[in-house]
Design a protein around this ligand. Structure first.
Ligand SMILES: Nc1ncnc2[nH]cnc12
Ligand SMILES: [Zn+2]
Length: 348
């Protein structure tokens, strides 16, 4: 008899999350709590900020990536103290662990805090404290990635990358990768080639959002001019079969975020995310939550939505989880541990 693939089975799968923005874990409840604690006045002219409920309702009606980003950056204004960043990340790690995440590689946006006068050290110390706590109390490993904001001038990104505190965090190994996020159009990846060349020379891992709202040509440019190891989102790859074959042959991992794609109207339904196409073409991908507090679900909700849309087999889930584990930037020993858990779950 074939195994039923229900929420319990999907929860038991050892998960690696590669695409989530820590700032995107800011729930309306925590947002209002921190605003009160830090004496932050939220926009008076937007009635959505009346209370947590009206804000949650607004989150159900995003019309595009940029519409969401307006709320995402406004939400960050309540994050002031190191303990705020720690509370935010700890909230995420607890949710992720409950969903079966074993290893998380998470993004944060230094420029969005430094431009408000919050120091990089404040942000990093809070996130690092939460990540250490997650390892001790939840047995969950994690890695931090500094994302650069592509709607800002490349020179601004390079200046922040080269600033003393940011460099010190790379040198200390507290941050091991860079990424590129925010409004995708009209900011093609090659605008940031100097930044990526510097990061590569320093031995950092490289990833970039590409092919979320932007065309598949942004994916090839990210690969060819930024020399990224990974592509974040990448769903529009399915529009270019030749590039899809190339990415499959290279083994480049895409970090796909199905619920995000629906909420931000990149697709109408999860069924339109090219999960089946990627599996059939041998394109490696992981499934992720992106901004869970804004998009109505953490990683397990994304797994469940994919199962509901595609009726995948146990073998398909083994393929997805194996690609996620093997495509992680943790050590080989950690990967072996997770692969052993995966083997047990799929054979049960
Ligand atoms: N989905 C997304 N795309 C681009 N930038 C982001 N920052 C947070 N979430 C993002
Ligand atoms: Zn993202």
């Amino acid at each position: 008899m074939s195994k039923t693939i229900d929420r319990e089975f999907l929860k038991a799968l050892p998960k690696c999350e590669h695409h989530m923005h820590l700032e995107g874990a800011l729930s309306p409840a925590l947002l209002f709590q921190l605003a009160a604690q830090n004496n932050i006045t939220l926009p008076q002219d937007d009635e959505c900020y009346a209370n947590a409920e009206t804000l949650s309702t607004r989150y159900k009606g995003f019309t595009s990536l940029d519409d969401f980003l307006g709320y995402y950056y406004m939400g960050m204004s309540v994050l002031i103290q190191s303990s705020d960043f720690e509370a935010l990340a700890w909230d995420y790690f607890q949710h992720a662990s409950a969903d079966g995440v074993q290893h998380a590689e998470v993004f944060f946006d230094p420029q969005a805090h430094m431009s408000r006068g919050v120091s990089y050290k404040t942000v990093l110390s809070g996130f690092t404290a939460a990540s250490e706590r997650a390892e001790t109390e939840l047995g969950m490993t994690s890695m931090l990635t500094t994302c650069f904001l592509r709607h800002l001038p490349p020179k601004d990104c390079l200046d922040v990358f080269e600033s003393d505190d940011v460099q010190a965090s790379y040198e200390a190994g507290a941050v091991k990768a860079i990424g590129l996020d925010s409004s995708e159009l009209p900011f093609p990846p090659d605008m940031f080639r100097d930044l990526y060349a510097r990061a590569k020379a320093q031995g950092l891992r490289l990833t970039a959002h590409a092919g979320e709202e932007g065309p598949s040509s942004y994916i090839s440019t990210a690969l060819d001019t930024l020399h990224v190891d990974r592509i974040d989102h990448g769903i529009r790859l399915a529009e270019d079969p030749e590039l899809m074959a190339k990415i499959a042959a290279r083994g480049t991992l895409l970090t796909v975020c199905p619920l995000s794609n629906v909420v931000l109207r990149c697709v109408d339904r999860v069924e339109q995310v090219p999960i089946r196409k990627f599996l059939d073409a041998g394109v490696k991908f992981s499934i992720n939550s992106d901004d869970p507090a804004y998009f109505g679900g953490y990683i397990l909700d994304n797994y469940v939505a994919v199962q509901h849309a595609f009726a995948l087999s146990v073998g398909d889930w083994e393929t997805i989880c194996k690609a996620a584990i093997e495509g992680s930037w943790c050590g080989e020993e950690r990967k072996k541990e997770m692969l052993a858990v995966l083997d047990k779950v799929v054979k049960q």
